[in-house]
Structure formats: C-alpha cells, structure tokens
Design a protein around this ligand. Sequence first.
Ligand code: UDP
Length: 479
Amino acid sequence: QERAARPRVLLVCSPCMGHLIPLVELSRRLVSDHGLAATLLFAAATSPPSSEYLSLVASIGAGGIDLVTLPAPPPDSLPSSASVIVRAAHAVASSVPRVRELARPLAAAAAPGRLAALVVDVVGVAAARGVAAELGVPCYVFFTSPWMTLSLFLRLPELDTARSGGEHRDATEPICLPGYAPIHAHELPRSMLADRSSDSYAAFLSMAKGLRGVDGILVNTFRELEPAVGDHGVEGLEVPVHPIGPLVLTRPVGLDRDHECLRWLDRQPRRSVVYVSFGSGGTLTWQQTAELALGLELSRQRFVWVVKRPHQDTASGSFFGTARGEETSMDFLPEGFIERTTGIGLGIQAWVPQSAILAHTSVGCFVTHCGWNSTLESIMNAVPMVAWPLYAEQHMNASMLEVQVGVATRIKVGPDRFISKEEVASAINRVMEGEGERMVKRASELQDKSVRALSKVGCSTQALDHITGTWKYLAGGNI
Ligand code: UDP
C-alpha cells in the first residue's frame, strides 16, 4: 500500500538517546511489518542537537520513517542546576504547540491516511495525553526500560501516599514487586531518591500518574526475560501492558564495516575483548576514570573503551551530549596508560556503533552501566556483563541481571562509593575466566528466545499486530 494512503502514527520522543533508539526501531517495524506510516518527532534539548543525535540520524538511513527534529527550548528557560529529567520533560512540554500543529491536519485527514495513534515515551506522557485527547486519537506509551521499572512506576502513586512525611531514600523496608528480589532504597531510580519536594521528584511522580491514564503501554521486554510482565500487584489498576521487545537498533547491513574499532576487533581472537561503555550519558569522576584505566590494565585482557571526559558532580554528565566540534583530549588518563596499552586496548572518544561491536565475535564481556538498551543488545548477542550501574533505574537492572536473569556480575562498590582497580580487574575476570561460561549459556538461551519473540509468529510481533490492528480499525483504514 502507498505510504500516503496508510494510517499514520505520530511518535514523540524526549531528548534521550536511550529512548530515541528503540523508538526508531518501533517506527521502522510499524512501517515495514504493520502497514502503517510513521512520523517520529524528536524534541531536542540543545541547539544544535547533540553530536550523538546527529551521528544516529546519519546512520539510520531513511528506513521509511519521517524523522522531524523539533526546536529546543531557549537555553536560559531553566536554571543551570536543572536535572536531566526536568530538562527532558521541559523539552517535550515546550514542543507541544509544534506537535499539535503537525498532528491536527493529520487527525482531520480523510481515512485511510488519517492519524491512527500517538505514541510517546514516558517523559512526554503528560504533554502527549492532552494532545491525543483533543484530537480524539488513542495515546500509547512506549516504555523503554524493563517491566521491573514500569511496575515500580505504576505503584509509585501509592508508595508516595504511604510515605507521608519521609523520603523514599530513608525507607528501611525494601519494596517487593511480584517476581523480583526485594528492592532496597539505594537501588531505587535516582529521581525517586531525590527530596520529595524537588522538581526532579515532581517530574518523576507526574510521569507515573500520567501512565495510568493512557490507552496502553508498550514495553521493551519479552516474557522469557521478565516472566512477571503485566503483574503489577496494584489492585483495581487496569492499564493494558504489552511486551513488544526486545527492540534494539538494527542498522543497514555493512554501514559500520569501516569503523576503526570493528577493523581492530577483526584482528583479535574470539571472545577475547572486553567492551567498556556507560551509554550515551554516563560519566565517572576523574579519580574513578583513572582507576578504571588501571583496572583494565591489571585485568590483562584486551579492551575497547568508549572513554568519556570525567565529570565530578554527576554520573550522567554527558547526557545531552557534547556540542558538535568540541575539542576533547584524553589528558585525564593515567600517565603512560595509552602507550602501555597500545595494541592491547583501544580507547575511543566518540559515538561508536555499539550494536555492531556487541555482535562482533571477538567481544567476550561488556562492562556496562546497565542502561536498558545496552542490556538488551548484550543479551541479544549472548555477551555476559559486568554490571556497573550509575543513574536512572540502572541499579535495579543490575540486580535483576545478576539475581533473576544470571547474565551479569555486579561490580563491588567500596567505601565512598569508589571502585578499586583490583575490583575492576576481578569483576572482568569473573566474566572472562570464571563464571563467564554459565552466563554465556544463559544469555545464549535468551538470545534464541528473543529471536523467536520477534519472528513473524512470535509473541512480541503478534502483540504489536493486535494493537496496530485496533489503531487501523479506529482510523477507518484497512485492517
Ligand atoms: N550507543 C551507541 N554508541 C555509543 C554509545 C551508546 O550506539 O557510543 C547506543 C547503545 O547501543 C544503546 C544506547 O546508545 O542503544 C544507549 O542506551 P542505554 O539505554 O543503554 O543507555 P542511556 O544512554 O539511555 O543511559
């Protein structure tokens, strides 16, 4: 069917690369497998958008999606101390007039080219719900973290009321979610640990409440990975939840072949390289960055390390990316480190094709901050992990990966939340030499199951087929 004649889905993404990547993949699937047209609106936080965003846009190719970058809010519209979550929510809220302008003619169009649904990431839920209600189209959230986090989100309004005077971070009783090990206060998402009177917490709670009013939630997971999916344990709460994952970035074959890091990996033995990356936003302090370098050396393993300039104050210091053309150097690494590790390791200070790296047969271990996309990419390539969580829901993910799923070892944090070089080396060698084989086996089983979930008859594809069928029906198009 001609794309112009297909019902169209409008997807709205907050300025988070970790949300954009699976939303791109979802959009692609809507177009290639489900007979819809898709416009993906990215609410930029900075002007110009981050170099990561531009690299991603350049690498995804058209893929049949219309990708529109919405202008960022004025740089001085928030205090410089505003947190990532507040900045992201502000960017989406500021883009509402433009979203409405683009959506209105589509909603008024004659079937079958009409707007069929609005899909938004959790950050934009409050903004998008209003627009969807005005236009009379269904509003769905695509939740890009695991079910474990979503079930906590769905519980949050009750937990908030029950907390009355205190703070979540002071709770002595862990939170128990069906199907998971109890969650202790220090493992909770960062925004939940903030003062309940803070803007960050308010933004977090407002997202949790917003989720309850949508027509459905698509979640980037699959049942074999999270068997409890859908069981939130809140009586009377009826929000339809649909696992449709794992959706990770798939790029046009061959696009990355010339990347220096893949050429370097081609020359290394099978499963011999440790890949180290803390996602699009993760940063360590100067001291911790230097210690990680020394730990890598001490491990005596080969490595590819996506090196970020240290940040003293926050673990998500590069979240909105570096400005394009910003000069960087590796002057923060221990003296002589680069010379001593030449030929054994590769440090890269740029956006790398991570999914292709994890798919490379030379990679045997991933030291990761446990961002959900990184986690899924690792599992889908049967690569066991060293879990080094930094921010957002990553401590919960790390616990799940070690305890429930069995594909990671958690790095041990010492006094002052510092991780020693000895522990870096030991955790890497637990995976490369010790328990690694068991983890690879478990990850391989999940890899097979993920492939099945995404096959034509798999549960994730079927779930999406069912939902898109409803959208098409409501838009008056063909089913
Ligand atoms: N990524 C990449 N190249 C990089 C850094 C990150 O392709 O140099 C991708 C990575 O493959 C993943 C996403 O960016 O798909 C990061 O998402 P994740 O949820 O792991 O972490 P976040 O960045 O949201 O903290």
